[in-house]
Write a protein that binds this ligand. Structure first.
Ligand code: ZN
Ligand code: ZN
Length: 467
């Protein structure tokens, strides 16, 4: 799968003319499939009924989102959120499993007729961010993260994802007799990464059987972000980047600030390493055929006082790459550079890569084509734009640990409240990040349509491709 990703990137970069043609062909195909879908009167009656239910329950879903927003919990600590989710799903008559990957919830809704299994996934966790939105339901929650007291906020919009999925569960449960197949709801803890050395997130959910009994034929997620409220988008091909957390501890010898020659000062060595690492994207990456990696040192840690040269400095950093091959190569170079620069000055480096990697995301283009009509139709209910994108960023998303096991697709919902110009909207992870309540229903209509269309079309015959 990763090899074909490289080939595709290479191909599209060198054949922009073909891409234009492809876009035209795609647009023509889209119109055809939308028409074909509209002709299916049974499904459109079902979708209409589901839409009506969604309209009715919106005030409750919005209130639910505000409640979750006001009570955020950090990764692997989502106790209240998990209970709230499990209780609601049980009330809807779903089979509910709790405690999957610490606080995860997995629930199955069985349709009235046999058919394929589709899974929908939401995250449960919030971030160590002190909220500054000034909203009436802003979070004042505090907690402990990596030994520090922190504010906690749903700054990535996972509160919206939870509310959206609960809305979908309620609407589909009401009309389950008309569904030909089952829907698995996966509420996942610790997407932003479990604390300390703890295991958690999508990989642990897979390990603890979230994708078994029954195994879904495909899994879907959406993510909210800044943009015109209610608009939907899907990337064709690469989506999120492979994300790694690594540290380099530069160990010298402690001494008086007035007598650096009596020790080994790790501070200038660390500075040199930070700069040298940036030569990997600029000097060592074939940027004609490859997207460059991103290396960001988010934390430089060491020292006690201005006049004591510390024994060590720890560089705490993230690496983002667009393929497994590139990831392996860059990790090797990062280690080599930090080891050899430290050695040149008589210091040494302890280089560590966190084993919890977020794999690169990839939306199979054939699969994307199948769900475009569902997304387009959902956006149209609010007169909102829908866009297929061919670009991708460097954010990480651990959803792709599910995607290693079953076919997976991720799409986007924009949520900037209309009174804020999109260009000025705070991004995810900002203490000012905002979600427009009116965007939630478009997300619910998108998931509902994907479920109805996927089941009605017997899972589109999508099969997991060999790695
Ligand atoms: Zn996030
Ligand atoms: Zn997120």
């Amino acid at each position: 799968m990763k090899k074909s990703l490289n080939q595709r990137v290479h191909h599209s970069l060198n054949h922009s003319v073909h891409r234009t043609l492809l876009t035209l062909l795609l647009a023509a195909g889209l119109n055809a499939s939308v028409t074909a879908q509209a002709a299916n009167t049974n499904d459109s009656a079902l979708i209409k009924a589901i839409d009506q239910t969604l309209d009715q329950i919106q005030p409750e879903i919005i209130a639910l989102r505000h409640d979750i927003h006001q009570h955020p919990e950090l990764g692997n600590r989502e106790v209240r959120t998990s209970q709230l989710v499990a209780e609601r799903l049980r009330k809807l008559g779903l089979e509910v499993r709790t405690g999957v990957a610490v606080t995860g919830v997995v629930a199955v809704l069985k349709g009235g007729k046999p058919g394929p299994v589709i899974a929908l996934r939401s995250e449960l966790d919030a971030l160590p961010v002190r909220e500054q939105t000034g909203l009436p339901y802003a979070s004042t929650a505090k907690g402990e993260y990596e030994g520090n007291e922190v504010g906690i906020m749903h700054a990535c919009g996972h509160d919206a994802h939870i509310a959206i999925l609960l809305g979908v569960a309620e609407a589909l449960a009401k009309h389950k007799s008309q569904l030909a197949g089952s829907v698995k709801f996966i509420f996942q803890p610790a997407e932003e990464g479990p604390p300390g050395e703890e295991e958690g997130g999508a990989a642990l959910m897979v390990k603890e059987g979230a994708l078994e009994n029954p195994r879904p034929d495909a899994i879907f997620m959406l993510h909210v972000s800044a943009g015109e409220s209610g608009s939907l988008s899907i990337a064709k091909g690469p989506t999120t980047a492979s994300s790694d957390h690594f540290t380099a501890k530069i160990i010298g010898a402690q001494t008086h600030g007035a007598a650096p020659w009596r020790g080994i000062d790790p501070v200038p060595i660390a500075a040199e390493i930070i700069l040298a690492w940036q030569q990997i994207p600029s000097r060592h990456t074939d940027i004609v055929n490859q997207r460059p990696p991103v290396i960001s040192v988010g934390r430089v840690d060491g020292g006690q006082r201005h006049n004591i040269i510390p024994e060590s400095i720890t560089l705490d950093a993230t690496l983002r790459t667009k393929s497994d091959g590139q990831r392996d190569d860059v990790l090797k170079r990062l280690e080599q550079i930090s080891t050899h620069i430290a050695e040149a000055y008589g210091a040494h480096t302890e280089f560590k890569v966190d084993p919890r990697n977020w794999p690169a995301g990839f939306n199979e283009p054939d699969f994307v084509d199948k769900v475009i009509p569902s997304l387009k139709s959902a956006a149209a209910t609010g007169n909102k734009p829908f866009k297929v994108s061919t670009t991708s960023g460097y954010a990480g998303e651990d959803f792709w640990a599910f995607g290693k096991i079953v076919p997976a697709l991720a799409f986007g919902l924009s949520v900037t409240p209309p009174h804020i110009p999109v260009a000025k909207a705070a991004s995810n992870h900002s203490p000012f990040f905002l979600v427009d309540d009116d965007a939630l229903i478009i997300g619910q209509k998108a998931f509902s349509r994907i479920v109805v269309d996927f089941l009605a079309n017997k899972g589109y015959g999508i099969k997991k491709k060999a790695e």
